[in-house]
Design a protein around this ligand. Structure first.
Ligand code: GRF
Length: 193
């Protein structure tokens, strides 16, 4: 397995993947972020495919082409999104169909979108959690691979709840990726031809 990890933020999931010795061959980010620094420190190729537009006017297809081109240079066969903040266009999903994994901080299909933890708190749910799933062009859908529940505390803030969810993600995402590694496939999709 040759794994690419896509990041935008603090990179704590990436850090957990590195500690678990997953075969990461490159880390790609859409903005300068700690994840790129972690990769560089570990001697893993760190690739910045910066967006030229931070608004809704972004050309998602063109951006996705740039991502595919950058990943091709590293002979990637599995992509793990780990807090990646750009919605990707179809070229990535065409090139890596069935081989893109994402983790989302809610129990999908509840609370899709970038502010999942805040939305769950605002709704007043007593239980939320995280979902590891195959990513498809439609955001936060796609076949579910693993889920785990997290109880919401009365005094939770978005930050405290998200951190408790991330503790679970750091284990569950790694277990799921290790399972894919061992099987050489994601559901029915082979990693390599
Ligand atoms: C995770 O909660 C993930 O589900 C969400 O972004 C967070 C990434 O955390 N999409 P980090 O940047 O790895 O700390």
């Amino acid at each position: 397995m040759r794994l690419a990890v896509l990041v935008s933020g603090t990179g704590s999931l990436l850090e957990a993947m590195q500690s678990a010795d997953l075969p990461i061959v490159c880390v790609l980010a859409d903005r300068p972020c700690r994840g790129l620094e972690l990769a560089a420190e570990a001697g893993i190729p760190a690739v910045l495919v910066e967006r030229d537009d931070w608004g809704s006017g972004i050309d998602r297809v063109a951006y996705a082409h740039n991502v595919v081109e950058a990943l091709a240079a590293h002979d990637v066969d599995l992509i793990a999104m780990a807090g990646f903040g750009t919605v990707l266009g179809s070229p990535v999903f065409d090139a890596y169909a069935g081989r893109i994994i994402n983790t989302h901080p809610s129990l999908l299909p509840s609370f899709p979108g970038w502010h999942a933890v805040r939305a769950a708190l605002d709704f007043g749910v007593k239980v939320t959690g995280c979902t590891i799933h195959v990513a498809t062009e439609e955001v936060d859908s796609g076949p579910i691979l693993a889920q785990e529940a997290v109880t919401v505390a009365d005094d939770d803030t978005e930050a405290t709840l998200h951190e408790r969810i991330k503790v679970i993600e750091r284990r569950l995402y790694i277990e799921t990726l290790q399972d894919i590694h061992a099987r050489g496939r994601v559901l029915e999709t082979q990693l390599t031809a």
